[in-house]
Design a protein. Structure first.
Length: 528
């Protein structure tokens, strides 16, 4: 009887798990149309998980219920990610379940605070009820006859061995994933899609595809070398190119920067709505998605373990002091390990901004801009390379809806043009964009005031996550914008307008830095 209960609960888990796959967005193919190995992978994974939960809870019905509940939570998380970020779960997202506990502000609001509370409450009630109502399997086995106990242990062992065999054979039959998550989810279903990527996590990025300028010997810095400041502005893009509902004078400093830029244009980024480190890594290392392979979804997992050529390494060899600035805890995304591996001498994280002004939910762009301006104004024998990652405009934006004016904002929307209902997130986003623009003006002023020349790069890591707004106004193309600008007479009179991939931006910055050095060398030097 006990062995039968264990096996029936396992079968129920497998069938319920397969049925739950129909809730996924985008939906997988019908089971008959999926890759043949995917069913074995799915059932093998469910069987192993059920056996583990059975060993923990000692109750087959509790194990089956817990497994189904976990499955539904994972599916819900994948669906929320799909709606918000246009991407289902990938294998690297499993690290975010721990991060959701360590950094709940970034994750729980996307799931929904009320939904999270309800799920936790329901889980506690269900587990408590089953622990009370369902007898312990091992206690029952202790009072059973020897043949019955042996049958129970044999059923559990057989289930585990069969599940391991199914998983092994299924994985052996799965082809290489396309690394397009929605495509792989449709072909394999959720479990096999996650496994197909996970078993390739031991691969290493292909550094042979990096831009050659990163590995070449740099031009040495001189007492007159330019400070280099590169800013990754959180969720920055110019929304005036997307919607007529945005005031034309929203970004005056950005307009000034672009008018005098050396290079400016659209920046194709490997992220939508979040996943900042994808763009961050591409810019710093020049590694595109093909070079990263499966690590394209979170490049900082391998970069926390190994060093690769980067902008900071290159400029450090040239004699620059290299500093990474980000007003958030250093351990998020393992940046405390990644940043030194990328060649930065110093990492300025949230600790340097204790007591700094908060705008919305995070340290304000104004505080970050003032900090950078102070660094540029301090005496230093070496030129600076400052890589700055802002935080103010990080979502979830909807947490700030109470701050949005229901009638709109005349500084955001043109006169006589009202936003449709449900677009409050856009008003909040544009308010933060104005603050980013003010930070940009502060940096331009600080570089102009510096005795050294200055080279400033500014770009966005991705478009903001505003699914409700996009449902009403239509979604943007998904690229962000960038500009490279220099102080003094070396600045271009007519901007060179060219569109770039994020992995090409670092090389473009180094090329402009080398041009500034060459231009300075060609200038006549007069004796005092």
């Amino acid at each position: 009887m006990m062995a039968t209960t264990v096996l029936l609960a396992a079968a129920l888990s497998g069938l319920a798990s397969l049925a739950a796959q129909g809730l996924l967005q985008p939906p997988p193919h019908r089971l008959a149309d999926r890759h043949p190995g995917s069913l074995r992978v799915h059932l093998g994974t469910v069987g192993i998980a059920y056996t583990a939960l059975l060993a923990i809870g000692q109750r087959p019905i509790l194990a089956a219920g817990a497994l189904i509940a976990i499955e539904l939570v994972v599916i819900q998380c994948s669906n929320i990610k799909w709606r918000t970020l246009r991407e289902p779960l990938v294998c690297q997202d499993t690290t975010y379940f721990l991060d959701a506990i360590r950094f709940p502000r970034l994750f729980v609001p996307f799931f929904g605070i009320a939904r999270a509370i309800a799920a936790i409450t329901a889980a506690v009630v269900a587990i408590g009820s089953l622990l009370w109502a369902e007898p312990s399997l091992w206690a029952a086995a202790a009072g059973a006859s020897a043949p019955q106990a042996a049958l129970l242990l044999g059923a559990i062992a057989g289930l585990l061995l069969a599940s391991l065999a199914a998983l092994e054979r299924g994985l052996a039959r799965l082809p290489e994933p396309s690394l397009e998550p929605s495509t792989d989810l449709a072909r394999y279903g959720l479990h096999a899609h996650l496994w197909a990527c996970a078993r390739r996590l031991g691969s290493v990025p292909d550094t042979s595809r990096q831009p050659s300028v990163l590995t070449q010997a740099p031009a040495p810095a001189t007492p007159d070398s330019a400070h280099v400041v590169l800013v990754q502005s959180e969720a920055f893009f110019d929304p005036r190119t997307w919607s007529k509902h945005i005031h034309p004078d929203l970004l005056p400093a950005w307009d000034e920067l672009r008018a005098g830029a050396l290079d400016t244009g659209r920046l194709t980024v490997p992220a939508w709505g979040a996943n900042t480190v994808r763009t961050e890594a591409a810019v710093l290392t020049g590694l595109d998605e093909q070079a990263l392979g499966v690590h394209r979804f979170n490049p900082y997992i391998p970069l926390a373990r190994r060093s690769v050529p980067s902008l900071a390494h290159h400029l450090g060899r040239a004699g620059y002091r290299t500093v990474f600035i980000h007003p958030y805890p250093a351990r998020f995304y393992q940046r405390h390990r990644v940043v030194p591996n990328l060649g930065f001498e110093a990492f300025i994280d949230a600790r340097a901004f204790a007591g700094a002004p908060i705008e919305g939910q995070y340290v304000s762009d104004r505080a970050v801009g003032d900090y950078v301006a102070d660094l540029l104004g301090a005496a230093d024998q070496r030129p600076l390379f400052l890589f700055v990652v802002t935080m103010e405009n990080h979502g979830p934006i909807h947490l700030e809806r109470s701050l949005a004016k229901p009638e709109g904002d005349p500084r955001v929307t043109p006169d006589g043009l009202e936003l449709p209902p449900g677009c409050e997130d856009l008003l909040i986003y544009c308010r933060h964009l104005r603050h980013a623009d003010q930070m940009l003006g502060t940096l331009m002023q600080a570089l102009r005031a510096s005795p050294r020349p200055g080279l400033l790069g500014w770009y966005g890591d991705h478009v903001p996550a505003m699914p409700d707004v996009y449902e009403r106004l239509g979604a943007p193309a998904g690229h962000s914008h960038y500009a490279l600008w220099a102080t003094g007479a070396t600045a271009a009179r007519q901007p060179n307008r060219r569109d770039l991939q994020a992995s090409m931006l670092g090389a473009a910055l180094l090329e402009r830095r080398d041009h500034l050095e060459q231009a300075h060398d060609r200038q006549p030097h007069h004796a005092n």
